[in-house]
Design a protein around this ligand. Structure first.
Ligand code: ZN
Length: 540
């Protein structure tokens, strides 16, 4: 099936004779943009260097508008845009649910209660389509579907509802948890004591690579906060610092390897799925931005850890197929962007938010001060929900006035009345050419999406300058947040690089073809990518 096989020989092989990989390893590096990947690819000497000898697609796209973690991870193994999977954002509002809190987290079961933490019940209940691991299990019950990540929403949207094992790090308890009603595998229980101790001990020293030292320079965000020169060490008990360091990724990979051994993944009667969500890169990007010493330390450490992880699979004699990508991209903080060739980079104004919009729309409509018009929402660059308690006529007036005011703002690029998005077709064009409406359409799911969608101007960070914690983010419809690398590797694959754009929804059909699993084309938004560098075709 690969270029190494002579064509005549390949044709002689019957379908059943094809040797299929025994284990699919699907890795998502949270917030690894194509831009970061190209910045560092010449520095890699470990796991990334190995993947660069396989099939390399430097311009993959999370094609949708709401480039957040939950939707991003949901596209990778479902082959479906958020418009089909229902995972439109990290959170949305459901005013019909009976509980007081109408905001819904993408990976919570709103109908279930538990003792916590976390305060919600982690679940893949909102995922409306099957994952590749679930499809593999349906096709062959001997197939195991395992998912592990630093974040619950990553593990659950890559694993799906029907997993054999699923684990995610929970900061509040300093441990990996699983879904409710399930016991921890004994291996994970023992790993958890080590994880908790690592957090409690803190980390006093970390060697900084010389290459990274050169990127260290202080950037002042505000009176309280500077970034650029941190070495990702942390005080005892600092679980936030633990997440924003390579240490969370290290222990996530340790969990993955431990589960390979404990479950003998890749050694069973059918191909197994191991999904891995590595979250540290995202936490580093949020806390320190992308262009300082911090991200450099993180990515070079990650490269080393991935190298050791793949070496470990080799030593176990497992025939595995890797797909690596990211749930979204990201870009740097405006304070550093302005110093580095992007003078227009800015933060959203402290007063430019949904609460402020509510006041000014209320005033324009002559309503009493404090009349609730919108369901409270944190940031722009996402959906705005008008209160269902308003009558239809008032709802329409509120919507029109809000759209009028938002359209007038210098910070806003586009505003959509989402009720018009259903008329937009899901684009099949190259993703870089999608209109903003087409990007919004791929994120639109009736009944979950809001009434109004606001898109901020390029290089506008939706975090105000008064921030105490996160300095940078993603989530916009711009290509710096949409474009991610897509790398495929198997030991018999011949190298090629394809610079033309592809999409993360192409990953599931591509992997499915490699393991001989049929998925009806009408159940997918993506297409199979031919990973055979020569005349052969891994899609047939
Ligand atoms: Zn993310």
């Amino acid at each position: 099936m690969f270029a190494l096989a002579a064509p005549a020989q390949a044709e002689d092989h019957k379908e059943a004779d094809k040797v299929r990989p025994q284990l699919v390893v699907a890795i998502s590096i949270d917030q690894l943009s194509s831009d970061l990947f190209s910045e560092y690819r010449n520095q890699f000497s470990g796991g990334f260097k190995r993947l660069l000898t396989g099939a390399v697609f430097p311009s993959g796209y999370q094609a949708h508008a709401a480039t957040e973690t939950c939707p991003g991870h949901s596209t990778i193994l479902t082959g479906a845009h958020p418009a089909r999977s229902g995972i439109i954002a990290n959170g949305w509002v459901d005013q019909r649910i009976s509980r007081e809190q109408k905001a819904v987290y993408c990976a919570e079961d709103v109908n279930a209660r538990h003792a916590g933490p976390p305060a919600y019940v982690p679940s893949a209940v909102h995922l409306e389509v099957p994952t590749l691991g679930e499809r593999m299990k349906s096709a062959n019950p001997y197939s195991r579907n395992v998912s592990v990540s630093g974040k619950d929403r990553a593990a659950l949207t890559m694993g799906g509802k029907n997993t054999d094992q699923v684990y995610f790090f929970e900061r509040e308890v300093k441990q990996f948890l699983t879904v409710s009603g399930r016991d921890l595998h004994p291996f994970m229980a023992s790993l958890n004591s080590k994880v908790e101790k690592q957090v409690d001990d803190g980390l006093a020293n970390r060697a900084v690579p010389v290459f990274c030292e050169a990127k260290g320079r202080e950037i002042k965000v505000n009176e309280r906060k500077s970034v650029g020169e941190h070495d990702l060490t942390r005080s005892p008990g600092d679980s936030y610092g633990y997440r924003a360091s390579p240490d969370l990724d290290a222990v996530t990979l340790e969990a993955a390897t431990g589960l390979v051994d404990a479950m003998q993944l890749g050694k069973g009667a059918a191909t197994d799925m191991l999904a891995i969500g590595l979250s540290s890169t995202d936490y580093v990007g949020h806390m320190y931005g992308t262009q300082g010493q911090e991200m450099c330390i993180q990515l070079l450490a990650l490269d080393n850890m991935l190298g050791s992880f793949f070496d470990g699979l080799d030593q176990r004699g497992i025939d595995y197929l890797v797909a690596l990508t990211a749930d979204h991209g990201g870009h740097d903080l405006p304070e550093r962007l302005r110093e580095q060739g992007v003078p227009e980079a800015k933060r959203i104004g402290d007063d430019f938010n949904v609460a402020g919009l509510e006041k000014s729309v209320g005033r324009a409509l002559g309503l009493e001060d404090g009349t609730p018009l919108f369901y409270p929402s944190r940031f722009f660059n996402s959906d705005i929900y008008i209160m269902d308690s308003l009558d239809a006529g008032m709802k329409q007036r509120v919507k029109s006035e809000a759209i009028r005011q938002l359209s007038d703002s210098q910070q806003v690029e586009a505003v959509f009345d989402t009720s018009t998005l259903g008329n937009v077709a899901i684009s099949t064009a190259a993703p870089e050419n999608w209109t903003l409406a087409e990007r919004a359409r791929a994120s639109y799911y009736p009944g979950r999406s809001g009434d109004i969608l606001v898109m901020l101007k390029k290089a506008t960070t939706p975090i105000p300058a008064s921030t105490k914690t996160y300095v940078g983010t993603h989530g916009s419809p711009w290509d710096y947040d949409r474009r991610v690398p897509m790398l495929f590797w198997h030991k018999d694959m011949a190298h090629f690089e394809q610079a033309l754009t592809v999409m993360t929804v192409d990953i599931a059909p591509t992997l499915a073809a490699m393991i001989g699993l049929n998925i009806a084309a009408n159940e997918l938004d993506g297409r199979c990518l031919d990973l055979d560098a020569g005349a052969g075709d891994s899609c047939n």
